[in-house]
Design a protein around this ligand. Structure first.
Ligand code: F6R
Length: 236
C-alpha cells in the first residue's frame, strides 16, 4: 500500500485526477470504478478541467459506480446517478451509454445486483477503482459486518452512515436506509485502487484500515491484501 499525505484538499484532488488521467492516457478504453460523496468532488472538477483542456479523452472510457441508494430515481437530486451526471459525466466527453450506476429502483434488486456483477465481468473487470472511506470504515456501502460480502448486494446503512450523509438531504428522515453496493469481489479484483480521504476526522479510521487488523468490522482493511493500492490523504 502506497501512502501519500498532501498539504491540502486541492493538492489531493490534483494528484488523484493525475492518476486517473494517466490511467486513461495509458489505456484509452479503461474501465474506471467511481465513487460519490464529498471526497471526489475536487478530483472530478479537476478531471473536467483536464478534459476541457484536451489533456484527457474519455470517449472510450467506461465508468461503473460503486453504489446507489435504494428507492431514489436518477432524477432525484440526492441519487448517486444525479451526482455523477452533475459533477462529472456532463463535463467530460464520456458516452452516456458507457456510464453505469446500480439501479436502486429496480423491481428486483437481487437481479439488478447479479446483473451489475455480470456487467463488470463482461467489461473485463475494473482497471482503476476510486474509493472514499466512511467514518465507520466502509468502502462503497460495504458496512462493518461479521463477514466480507463478495457480490453486489443490498445493504442496510449504518446509523453513522445515515447521520454522515444527512448533510446532503433536507431532513434526516429523507436519507434512505438501504443502498445497493458493489461487493468486495469486484473492488478487490480491480487492477489498481486509489483511495482518497481528507479531513482530520477521517485519520483514525484510515490508520486502522491501513495498518490495523484485517477485519470485516473495518471493511476498508481488506485493501491491505490488494497488491496495488494508493491512499492519498490531506488533513484539510
Ligand atoms: C460513495 C461511497 C462511499 C463514500 C464514503 C465517504 O459512492 O462509496 O463509500 O466514499 O461514504 O464519503 P465522503 O467522501 O462524503 O466522506
Amino acid at each position: 500500500m502506497k501512502f501519500i499525505k498532501l498539504e491540502s484538499y486541492e493538492a489531493l484532488s490534483r494528484a488523484a485526477a493525475d492518476i486517473i488521467a494517466a490511467q486513461v492516457v495509458q489505456k484509452k478504453n479503461s474501465v474506471l470504478g467511481l465513487a460519490t460523496g464529498s471526497s471526489p468532488l475536487g478530483t472530478y472538477a479537476r478531471l473536467s478541467e483536464m478534459c476541457g483542456a484536451g489533456e484527457v479523452d474519455f470517449s472510450d472510457v467506461t465508468c461503473v459506480n460503486l453504489d446507489e441508494y435504494v428507492g431514489l430515481r436518477a432524477e432525484n437530486e440526492q441519487s448517486y446517478r444525479y451526482f455523477m451526471n452533475k459533477n462529472l459525466f456532463s463535463h467530460i466527453n464520456i458516452k452516456p451509454e458507457k456510464t453505469f450506476v446500480p439501479n436502486g429502483c429496480a423491481e428486483e434488486l437481487a437481479r439488478e445486483a447479479a446483473e451489475y456483477d455480470a456487467l463488470i465481468e463482461r467489461l473485463g473487470g475494473i482497471d482503476l477503482q476510486l474509493l472514499g472511506i466512511g467514518l465507520d470504515g466502509h468502502i462503497g456501502f460495504n458496512e462493518p459486518d461479521e463477514f466480507f460480502t463478495k457480490e453486489t448486494h443490498v445493504v442496510e446503512l449504518d446509523v453513522s452512515t445515515i447521520e454522515a450523509n444527512a448533510r446532503f438531504f433536507a431532513r434526516r428522515e429523507d436519507v434512505p436506509t438501504k443502498a445497493i453496493t458493489m461487493g468486495m469481489g469486484a473492488i478487490m479484483r480491480a487492477k489498481k485502487i486509489l483511495l482518497i480521504a481528507n479531513g482530520k476526522k477521517k485519520w483514525e479510521i484510515l490508520e486502522k484500515a491501513m495498518y490495523g487488523k484485517i477485519t470485516p468490522r473495518v471493511p476498508a482493511s481488506i485493501l491491505q491484501l490488494h497488491p496495488d493500492v494508493t491512499v492519498i490523504y490531506s488533513e484539510t
